[in-house]
Design a protein around this ligand. Structure first.
Ligand code: CA
Length: 254
C-alpha cells in the first residue's frame, strides 16, 4: 500500500489528491473532476467521493473546469450549473461536443434549469437536484461508469451466463448454448440490465426497436424460447417473470 500525499490548494488553485481504492484489489480508482464554486460543497463532495475510493480534483470556476475537463484524464465530471467564468450549461455543451462519451453529472438548484439539462441529454448526462445525499450521487456515478465499462467491454456475465459479444458465443454454466439472432439480442439486453425489472415495452423498443402493436406478444414468445434454451436439467431458468410488470434476469424466482 503506497502512502498517499495530500496537497490542498487554498485560494482556488488546482489541487490534486488521490486515494487508493478501498480494499486495494480492484486496481484503478475512477478519476472525478468536480466543477463547483462553493467551497463547502466541494469539500463535501471530496470527502464523500474519496471515502468511496474515487480520486478527486476540483475546479472552482467554469473556465478552469472546462479547460481541465477537455484536457482529459477524467472518468466522470460533476458539474454545478451556477458558476463564475463560464456557466455550467456552456461547459456542458462544450463537453458534449468534444467528449460525448464522458459521463457528466449535473448539479442543479430545484426548479432552476432541470428541463434544459434534460433537453441536452446525450446519454452520458445525469443530473441531481440540490440538496442531494452523497449516497445518491455515488449511485448515479456508479451507474454511469458501469454503462461506459459495459459499452466498451466485449463480454457480459451474470446469472451463470457468459456472452462474448464479438464471437456471439453464449455459455450457461460453462456449456455452450446456441441462440438465434433475436434470442441473442434479447439475452444481451437482459444481461446489460442484470437484476433489474424490465417491462415488455422496454424490451420491445430496445430489442425489436420499431413502433409496435402494443398487443403483440412477441416478447413473451421470445422469452419462452430463451428460457427453454437456458434451462438447467432441473428446469430452473435465470429469467424471472415479475407478475404484471415484465421480466428480470437473475435473482430468486417468484
Ligand atoms: Ca454554484
Amino acid at each position: 500500500m503506497q502512502a498517499v500525499a495530500r496537497s490542498s490548494a487554498p485560494g482556488g488553485g488546482p489541487s490534486v489528491e488521490s486515494s487508493p481504492a478501498p480494499g486495494g484489489g480492484s486496481g484503478s480508482s475512477a478519476r472525478v473532476l468536480v466543477i463547483e464554486d462553493e467551497p463547502g460543497i466541494v469539500d463535501f463532495l471530496r470527502r464523500g467521493l474519496e471515502a468511496e475510493g474515487y480520486a478527486v480534483e476540483s475546479a472552482l470556476d467554469g473556465l478552469d473546469g472546462e479547460r481541465r475537463a477537455l484536457g482529459g484524464g477524467f472518468d466522470v465530471v460533476v458539474l454545478d450549473l451556477m458558476l463564475p467564468g463560464r456557466s455550467g450549461l456552456e461547459v456542458l455543451a462544450s463537453l458534449r461536443r468534444a467528449r460525448p462519451a464522458l459521463p457528466v453529472i449535473v448539479l442543479t438548484a430545484r426548479g432552476e434549469v432541470e428541463d434544459r439539462v434534460a433537453g441536452l441529454d446525450a446519454g452520458a448526462v445525469d443530473y441531481l437536484v440540490k440538496p442531494f445525499a452523497m449516497a445518491e450521487l455515488v449511485a448515479r456515478m456508479r451507474a454511469q461508469l458501469r454503462s461506459i465499462a459495459e459499452a466498451s467491454s466485449t463480454t457480459l456475465s451474470g446469472a451463470g451466463l457468459d456472452v462474448d459479444l464479438l464471437t456471439r458465443e453464449v455459455r450457461r454454466d460453462g456449456e455452450p448454448v446456441a441462440l438465434s439472432t433475436t434470442e441473442f439480442e434479447l439475452l444481451v439486453f437482459l444481461l446489460r440490465h442484470h437484476g433489474q425489472v424490465l417491462t415488455r415495452e422496454q424490451i420491445l423498443s430496445s430489442v425489436w426497436g420499431y413502433a409496435h402493436d402494443p398487443a403483440t406478444n412477441v416478447v413473451d414468445v421470445y422469452i419462452g424460447y430463451l428460457r427453454r434454451k437456458l434451462a438447467r436439467a432441473d428446469g430452473s431458468t435465470p429469467i424471472v417473470t415479475v407478475r404484471s410488470v415484465g421480466y428480470r434476469l437473475g435473482g430468486a424466482e417468484e
